[in-house]
Ligand binder design. Structure first.
Ligand code: C5P
Length: 400
């Protein structure tokens, strides 16, 4: 099967490296078709890109002149991967906000394919909070970010902002095609996320405030490191992470069934806020207000998914990780939970109202394992996810 990349070359001096990138990809059996932005065309000619790629170079959103040309939708889906290299601060901002004001940004908005960006810009532009926020937004959506590198820049300044070398970009693209070379390549992972929703009757339910942000970020981070990842999620507003198989469920019992069907896996991370109880009975039709006395709600205990996976006799994942959300005596409660549930690690997090963890973007966690307690500094939920994925890869590596 031919590997095909849609290469978007945006404006910036680093665009002069794109011919080298196209040639290097071709040597590895990866074909490229290019979109050149107006800014990009100031640094590299469409003729050079066309000659090297052996394909028409697309520049204009409204240039469908003959039958051989593709519309932006078709173009955006004609490849396995879209690579934006170099990616300027401007195109990153347009991607983050969903602008579609030229062919490149329109194709990026219309695509259903994975996207990789290779930023290149002045160090201050890279460090600007606006750019950093845009990059975080894109990462959260599953965009693969390569670089930038540190070094001397064309503008004479020094710092982060240099385009990654073409051979490093090519390696990242090869990793995309063969995740076996990644730290979790060949491993299978299961992640639970979000709340569960327990029906009382067809219109009412019991649920909780879990946003699913942390669980979804963990699934994305494991997939980024090459794990074949399945996310079993309760109802959330988070988009499905790119490159992750997602099973949507409602109740705890459905979540458990879905998880058991995914086994065997090497890794299980239970980040879902599973409802401890459900209504003992689900009324088949909407319960009516009969008189003034409210009905008594009888509760039944839900299955404990984390404990069940930890005890799965022949299919137990090598590494089972749970979360402990506590409002007080965090470490003591979480350590007790680790042994009670039979899991390997517990990620303990403070969910007292003052911490802002629920629904927020940051998390302060502690990793509790058989080796003791490790305090992690406050960081974004994305950073927690990436650090955890790396720790998982390291731990599985040690066990081999
Ligand atoms: O018991 P508690 O809800 O505090 O434990 C939290 C951990 O257990 C989380 O990892 C959560 O995903 C998991 N859990 C579960 N099934 C339940 C309750 C909690 O998997 N019914």
């Amino acid at each position: 099967m031919e590997k095909r990349v849609l290469l978007i070359v945006s404006g910036g001096i680093a665009a002069v490296k794109s011919p080298q990138l196209i040639r290097g990809l071709k040597d590895k059996g990866i074909a490229s078709r290019c979109i050149l932005t107006r800014g990009g065309a100031r640094f590299v000619t469409p003729l050079a890109l066309a000659a090297l790629s052996g394909q028409k170079v697309y520049e204009d959103l409204f240039s469908l002149n003959d039958d051989n040309e593709m519309g932006h939708i078709e173009l955006s889906r004609s490849a396995d991967l879209i690579v934006v290299a170099p990616a300027t601060a401007h195109i990153l901002a347009r991607m983050a906000t969903g602008l579609a004001d030229d062919l490149a940004s329109t194709a990026l908005l219309a695509t259903d394919k994975p996207v990789m960006v290779v930023p290149a810009m002045n160090v201050r532009m890279w460090q600007h909070p606006a750019t950093q926020l845009n990059i975080e937004t894109l990462r959260a959506r599953g965009v693969i970010v390569v670089g930038p590198e540190q070094g001397e820049m064309a503008c004479g300044e020094f710092g982060f902002g240099r385009l990654s070398e073409p051979e490093d970009i090519i390696r990242a693209i090869e990793d995309f095609y063969s995740p076996a070379s990644l730290p979790l390549g060949g491993k299978r992972a299961l992640v639970t996320s979000g709340p569960t929703l327990e029906a009382i009757d067809p219109v009412r339910y019991i649920a909780n405030r879990s946003s699913g942000k942390q669980g979804h970020a963990i699934a994305a981070a494991l997939a980024e490191l090459g794990a074949e990842t399945t996310l079993v999620s309760g109802p959330v507003n988070e988009p499905d992470p790119v490159g992750v198989a997602v099973i949507h469920v409602q109740s705890a019992r459905d979540m458990l069934k879905a998880c058991e069907n995914v086994l065997p896996t090497d890794i299980a991370v239970c980040a879902a806020a599973v409802s401890d109880w459900r209504s003992a009975e689900q009324a088949p039709s909407k319960m009516k207000k009969n008189g003034s006395a409210p009905p008594a709600l009888e509760l039944a205990l839900n299955p404990d998914i984390l404990a069940t996976l930890s005890a799965a006799s022949n299919k137990r994942p090598t590494l089972v990780i749970g979360f402990a959300a506590e409002t007080n005596d965090l470490i003591a409660h979480a350590s007790k939970k680790r042994s009670a549930k039979g899991c390997d690690w517990i990620i303990a997090n403070d969910v007292s109202p003052a911490s802002g963890t629920f629904g927020g973007d940051d998390n302060t966690v502690h990793l509790i394992s058989a080796d003791g307690v490790e305090d992690w500094p406050k960081m974004s939920k994305l950073a927690v996810a990436r650090k955890l994925a790396e720790r998982i890869a390291h731990s599985l590596d040690q066990q081999q």
